[in-house]
Write a protein that binds this ligand. Structure first.
Ligand code: ATP
Length: 615
């Protein structure tokens, strides 16, 4: 357990700033509900001292009435004498107060629940919107993934802090009213109370900090646990886990990791229970000391019986409220520490930004894309993924990128679409640096299908519609895209056709073969009418006939479109107008199929190697 905690004054200030931010966020979610919650609590806050006061008056009145003697044996005698009217009014008053408190508390509960849910939905949306703005590097680096995980955990649970803050304000109003009553009769008792609370508050504060830092420092392990839980029990991994017999191995790992965390939390809980229990008994002791003091003064005739009840009730309640308030403060401070996880995620800023005055995307593209001496290293990596890279993708031509695994092909696609910016050199489109376009504009005009495209658990129609979300409702366009990518016959065979739910996640979802999924993914690119189309090995799972057909169609349909294809199949690659051969992040050779074959270099070697396999 860490002893020196990184929790200084500045950190504490930040905590309270976050609280203000959360407050504003909730107010934006629903000013009405928040106002209502505050108003209801104000009413409930002044109820306890009023009830105590009425009780005191009732007791004093009863004592007074009994000292006057009995007007008669029956209730009617009492009623006729009129001596019960004040008592009855007091009783009725107390009844109304207690009844109203119950009703108002229920209403507060309802309002807080609705407010909490709306707020957690609003924060989740904000989180998704912010995540969408971040760079790819924020998702590919584990440090950011930890932050994302922490923020995600907080998004749905932090609204309770505001209920706590409101409850705190309510308890403070009640405490002030109770203290005022006590102060009138016995000011000394207030000081006694304050003393009794100091150790309890210190204990709470310390444990909250410890709990937070344990949870904070454990975030990588929790992500691992989440990962193990997911692959240990998911449809995607079931096949491999069964065949490799990994069940035991995974659950063993999970057990080891989770037990470590469990032991830490258990130790903290036990320590907390023991220490806070001890501190609580100090305050009980104080209560009885104060009680004895009041009884003693009553015996001396300084207080009436009603006042005795009022004071002991006030003291006991005030003790409870003050504990609640002080512990509440440390709890709120503790909870607000977690707010840092949420808000610091919102502070991560994208680095791939739009220029102040973006240039318009050239329509049509006249010259094409040019890589000028481009170098790029993935963040946190020592090695250059690509370096001194120079080649052109002339407008209207199909360029194939060829190279062994890890040669840098996918990296080039990420650079072309500004998922990353080069560290050296530049990439231009019709002579304009890609950084001078608005990223959204650039990406709208480029259709990319990656080798690890997503298989959405949506309907077949939506799975294609996501290729251009603005027209995802246009069924004719979707069908035509599906026809171009050969996905149409696949979809027509499904029981519900284009409305068939795909994937295994949801009820009635139907899974497809790898090649069938690829045809659907390729249809996404056809949704775009993009100026530049990039297919990064999306045909790897297609059978040879389907791949040949997909590319012949692609060549015909993409006539005049600038296209980049990445494929390990040379029968496809040879259809391209130009071929760039990459090795270790550099261009090794380039030219047409004929030229490269004549060169007798690496391309010719690889081509021959594959051709031999078929002979
Ligand atoms: N997110 C990443 N972080 C760090 N390094 C990466 C990342 N992605 C790729 N690399 C490294 O960059 C280099 C180029 O990878 P890239 O994915 O571009 O290869 P590729 O030619 O597409 O390979 P393949 O044919 O296997 O798909 C490799 O050395 C790879 O290990």
């Amino acid at each position: 357990m860490p002893d020196a905690l990184p929790f200084d004054k500045g950190e504490r200030l930040k905590t309270f700033r976050h609280l203000g931010r959360l407050f504003a966020q909730m107010w934006r979610t629903s000013p009405w509900l928040m106002g209502l919650s505050i108003a209801l609590r104000l009413v409930v806050a002044i109820q306890p001292p009023l009830v105590l006061l009425l009780t005191k008056l009732i007791i004093d009145e009863v004592v007074h009435q009994t000292s006057l003697g009995v007007p008669g044996p029956e209730l009617s005698d009492w009623l006729e004498s009129g001596r019960l009217s004040f008592l009855m009014a007091l009783l009725a008053g107390e009844f109304v107060l207690v009844f109203a408190r119950d009703a108002f508390n229920r209403a507060i509960n309802v309002v807080d629940n609705i407010l909490g849910e709306s707020h957690s939905n609003a924060v989740s949306l904000e989180l998704m919107e912010h995540a969408a703005k971040l760079d790819l590097k924020h998702f590919e680096q584990s440090e950011y993934q930890d932050r994302l995980e922490r923020a995600r955990r907080q998004a749905s649970s932090r609204s309770t802090v505001i209920s706590q803050v409101f409850g705190q304000a309510q308890a403070m109003i009640t405490a002030i009213a109770l203290a005022a009553g006590l102060f009138v009769y016995a000011p000394l008792l207030i000081g006694l109370l304050a003393l009794a609370l100091i150790p309890a508050v210190w204990g709470e504060f310390r444990f909250n900090r410890l709990a937070y830092w344990i949870s904070h420092n454990r975030s990588p392990e929790r992500r691992q646990l989440e990962y193990l839980r997911q692959i240990g029990a998911s449809a995607d991994s079931a096949k491999e886990i069964k065949l490799f017999g990994l069940g035991e191995f995974l659950s063993g790992r999970f057990r080891g990791l989770s037990e470590q965390i469990l032991i830490e939390n258990r130790n903290l809980s036990i320590k907390r229970a023991l220490q806070t229990g001890l501190l609580a008994s100090i305050s009980t002791l104080t209560y009885y000391a104060a009680y004895a003091y009041i009884v003693w003064r009553t015996l001396h005739g300084e207080f009436s019986i009603g006042t005795l009840v009022f004071l002991s009730g006030s003291f006991s309640q005030l003790n409870g409220y003050l504990q609640q308030i002080l512990i509440g403060f440390t709890q709120i401070a503790g909870q607000s520490l977690y707010l840092d996880d949420l808000f610091s995620f919102f502070e991560i800023k994208p680095t791939i930004l739009d220029p102040k005055h973006p240039k318009a995307f050239p329509l049509p593209v006249k010259q094409g894309l040019v890589f000028e001496n481009v170098g790029f290293r993935y963040p946190g990596s020592e090695n250059w993924a690509v370096r001194n890279l120079s080649f052109a993708v002339p407008a209207g031509e199909t360029l194939a990128l060829v190279g062994e695994n890890g040669a840098g092909k996918t990296t080039i696609v990420k650079l072309m679409t500004r998922l990353y910016d080069p560290d050296e050199g530049r990439i231009t489109l019709d002579g304009i640096d890609l950084k001078e376009f608005a990223t959204a504009d650039l990406r709208t005009h480029i259709g990319v299908i990656f080798q690890d495209f997503l298989r959405y658990s949506f309907t077949a129609s939506d799975n294609i519609g996501v290729g251009r979300i603005e027209v995802a409702g246009d069924r004719d366009r979707i069908v035509s895209a599906a026809e171009q990518s050969l996905a149409d016959p696949v979809i027509r065979k499904l029981p519900e056709g284009y409305d068939q739910m795909l994937g295994r996640t949801f009820l009635k979802g139907q899974d497809l073969s790898g090649g069938e999924w690829q045809k659907i993914a390729i249809a996404r690119a056809y949704m775009r009418n993009a100026e530049i189309i990039i297919l990064d090995e999306p045909t790897a799972a297609l059978d040879a006939r389907a791949e040949a057909e997909v590319f012949t169609r692609f060549k015909n349909l993409a006539e005049g479109t600038t296209a980049v294809l990445i494929s390990h199949r040379f029968s496809t690659v040879r259809m391209a107008d130009r071929i760039v051969v990459l090795a270790d992040g550099k261009v090794e050779e380039q030219g047409t199929h004929g030229e490269l074959m004549a060169n007798g270099g690496r391309y010719a070697e690889l081509f021959e190697l594959q051709a031999q396999g078929y002979r």
